[in-house]
Design a binder for this molecule. Sequence first.
Ligand code: SAM
Length: 277
Amino acid sequence: MINSISKTKKGERIKKDKNVYFRTDLLQIINEDFLKTTLIPHNSIDLIVTSPPYNVDIHYNSYNDKINYKKYLEFTARWLTKAYKLLKEDGRFCLNIPLDKNKGGQQSVYVDITTIAKKIGFKYHSTIIWNEGNISRRTAWGSWLSARAPYVIAPVEVIVVLYKKHWRKPSGSGKSDITKKEFIEWTSGVWNFGGESKKRVGHPAPFPVELPRRCIKLFTFTDDMVLDPFLGSGTTLIACALTNRRGIGVEIDKTYCETAKNRLIIEGKIIQSKLEF
Ligand SMILES: C[S@@+](CC[C@H](N)C(=O)[O-])C[C@H]1O[C@@H](n2cnc3c(N)ncnc32)[C@H](O)[C@@H]1O
């Protein structure tokens, strides 16, 4: 059915559209360019968790991950502007990006993207260092054992924590489900856990469920609405399913939408009777 309105079990009105690839009463996969989709209302999202393309020549099916850096930052400004509009006034944003880029010329990716986000209107809260313990990221030493031109590269990524207007969160159920142990461990901003296997999930650049799971439990109340504008293999929606949050994922590539749907059914334990289409 194209462009009709239906209601979830909670009575919320949802626009059904040819671009809605998969939907349950709590979760939705949209197969569309995030810059073009009109399916997500403004001021409706409690938390965005995402890892955008890094512009490091990953071979995605439907996106060229090797554009010049200026163009990459222009694309970044466009999607960040859209993300800002979709967040509620007290909405939060966990942005997983590299610290630096060294392939194809050194760039301070984290600094540049954070600066753009602040220009758009986002407020800065803090930065979490994700140490995935992957030293294989090193591509070259530069000048080996010589001060002529050695290369330094930190084997970490960051999660920049931003918000729209106020950090204190009046909206939502007010109910948190984080344990004491998780709260103490996760509020220390160095997170140590491994990455996800590309082969296992069938996507060239997945993050592990642990990343969105921590962001969701730390920064949202139960029943809140989470968005991932670059859903990939569906990891953020799996974390939503496992934590009982509502979630929307947008992915430009149909094959990855199918991967995300299958992972949701198996890893997100979405039971068959909940499937709507
Ligand atoms: C770094 S991956 C995200 C991986 C995801 N976190 C996961 O765990 O699988 C970025 C994704 O963004 C998608 N993408 C690129 N441009 C897009 C756009 N304009 N709108 C929606 N998705 C896009 C790519 O196809 C790719 O799957």
